[in-house]
Design a protein around this ligand. Structure first.
Ligand SMILES: [Zn+2]
Length: 257
């Protein structure tokens, strides 16, 4: 099967050494990174720029978002920007959402990676909920990395109008609790980047529990080799309609494109 449209919902463009999360080589220019993704068969990619550590000021976050907007200006047909916020700076994060979503038409928040940027699993803290309410005003989608499924469930239930995309299927026990939550919670989706696709049969199992409309294709490039995710998904021999939804249709529906 060949697909004319494959949208990777989970990348992290590298703009310098601090934001480059490829373990084994430098990712190179944005053009080189996008050529890599295209070589794997990806036709569009979405995601935020990430950096390790607690930011000393909100300028650190704003810098990442400005860079994402500038990449979109240069590659409008390929890159869909995701932005970062930070619960240590709730008021500034809300203003940033107003700036990016309100003035620059950003629709995707994240992947939020609290464990990396200094706020592990705190997605329902008071500050975070203030930020989430602003995100909801702009009808933006939140992609988050969270190892505590109870936090994810609480968040989804307290913000029923907002769509949440949980990153990574993960290993067996965690995957089973995640996919059950995705099946049960209307506004929760799963992106199949990161750990999971290499466990043979995972994707079919996920589709059988949560249905084909709740799963999104993602790779977590440049941490991961994107071709592994495409070929791994195709090797499970699911229906053509499944792949059309998984590779592009569900992402476009979630984002209301
Ligand atoms: Zn990621």
């Amino acid at each position: 099967m060949k697909f004319s449209e494959i949208i990777d919902c989970h990348i992290h463009p590298a703009i310098d050494r601090k934001t480059d999360f490829c373990w084994y080589h430098r990712s190179g220019s944005i053009r080189k990174q996008f050529d890599d993704l295209k070589r794997a068969g990806i036709t569009k990619a979405c995601g935020s720029i990430i950096v390790s550590g607690k930011p000393v000021s909100f300028d650190v976050i704003k810098h990442l978002n400005d860079a994402a907007l500038s990449i979109r200006d240069r590659y409008p047909d390929f890159y869909i920007p995701g932005i970062q916020i930070h619960p240590d700076f709730p008021d500034q994060s809300c203003k940033e959402i107003e700036r990016c979503c309100g003035r620059h038409d950003v629709k995707w928040i994240g992947e939020l990676v609290g464990y990396l940027m200094g706020y592990e699993n705190n997605y329902t803290s008071r500050n975070m909920m203030q930020i989430m309410r602003t995100i909801a005003k702009f009808n933006a989608v939140v992609n988050l990395h969270c190892s505590d499924i109870y936090v994810v469930e609480k968040l989804c239930k307290s913000m029923p109008e907002t769509k949440f995309v949980l990153a990574h299927p993960w290993e067996r026990d965690v995957f089973e609790s995640r996919i059950k939550a995705v099946a049960q919670i209307k506004n929760l989706y799963l992106d199949c980047s990161g750990t999971g696709i290499d466990r043979y049969g995972m994707l079919k199992k996920a589709a059988s529990i949560a249905g084909r409309k709740k799963l999104l294709f993602g790779s977590d490039y440049p941490v991961n080799n994107p071709a592994v995710y495409i070929y791994g998904a195709l090797f499970e021999k699911l229906q053509e309609n499944f792949y059309k939804d998984f590779f592009a249709g569900n992402f476009k529906k979630v984002l209301e494109l």
